[in-house]
Design a protein. Structure first.
Length: 217
């Protein structure tokens, strides 16, 4: 009888430990979900599909660049969702064969079109998304120099070898957001109206989290 009581006590402790672990992990997922505020998904999907890019990658870039704020403007005068500099936007417009309209850089459609076109151009140029992201943030000239002097390898670049701290962290942040999005939203990111359903998204995110932990799926 005493042995049975000890076994039951152990089982109860295990159940409590599991319940606490579930509660804590779900709380973390819920908190993260509540901070997500995806916007402009229809526009992002439109231009991602047009330029054959993953919408979640473009969303990850937008999140890191502007936090989905189309009125964002940096101290260096980068503007809009994808934080485009005037010189860069002019260059992309020339490549696309369209008129450059500086006052439209805060227009979501115009900004996403130019920004997505540019990341596509960089990806085609380097054949590697990490190098494309590094060039998007740090400039093509710098990335070309790093490849030329052997600081980073063109075919198998190590992000940790990027010499500029800001650019190195930028690539890591975009990749981290991209990986989280692909884990939680395998089908597609929630549209603006779905952002309000935090508890539903948190539950779905938690299910995805458990699949990764338990089944590596």
């Amino acid at each position: 009888m005493k042995v049975i009581k000890q076994i039951l006590r152990i089982i109860i402790y295990i159940i409590i430990a599991i319940a606490v672990s579930i509660a804590l992990s779900f709380s973390v997922i819920y908190y993260q979900t509540s901070r997500e505020n995806f916007k402009y998904q229809e526009e992002i999907e439109k231009y991602a599909n047009e330029y054959n890019m993953d919408p979640m990658l473009i969303s990850a870039i937008v999140k890191v660049e502007s936090g989905f704020n189309n009125e964002a403007q940096s101290q260096k005068d980068a503007k809009g969702l994808m934080q485009l500099m005037n010189e860069t936007a002019q260059h992309i417009s020339d490549l696309e064969g369209i008129d450059y309209i500086p006052e439209k850089l805060e227009d979501p459609d115009y900004n996403l079109m130019l920004g997505t076109s540019y990341i596509r151009y960089l990806y085609d140029y380097y054949g590697n998304i990490d190098l494309a992201l590094a060039a998007y943030n740090g400039g093509i000239g710098n990335v070309d120099d790093w490849i030329k002097d052997g600081t980073i390898q063109r075919n198998n670049p190590n992000v940790d070898n990027i010499p500029i701290e800001e650019t190195r962290q930028y690539v890591k942040k975009v990749n981290a957001n991209y990986n989280v999005m692909r884990t939680f939203y395998k089908d597609k990111l929630p549209k603006d109206t779905e952002n309000q359903k935090t508890i539903t998204r948190a539950i779905n995110n938690y299910k995805s989290f458990l699949k990764v932990i338990l089944f590596n799926a």
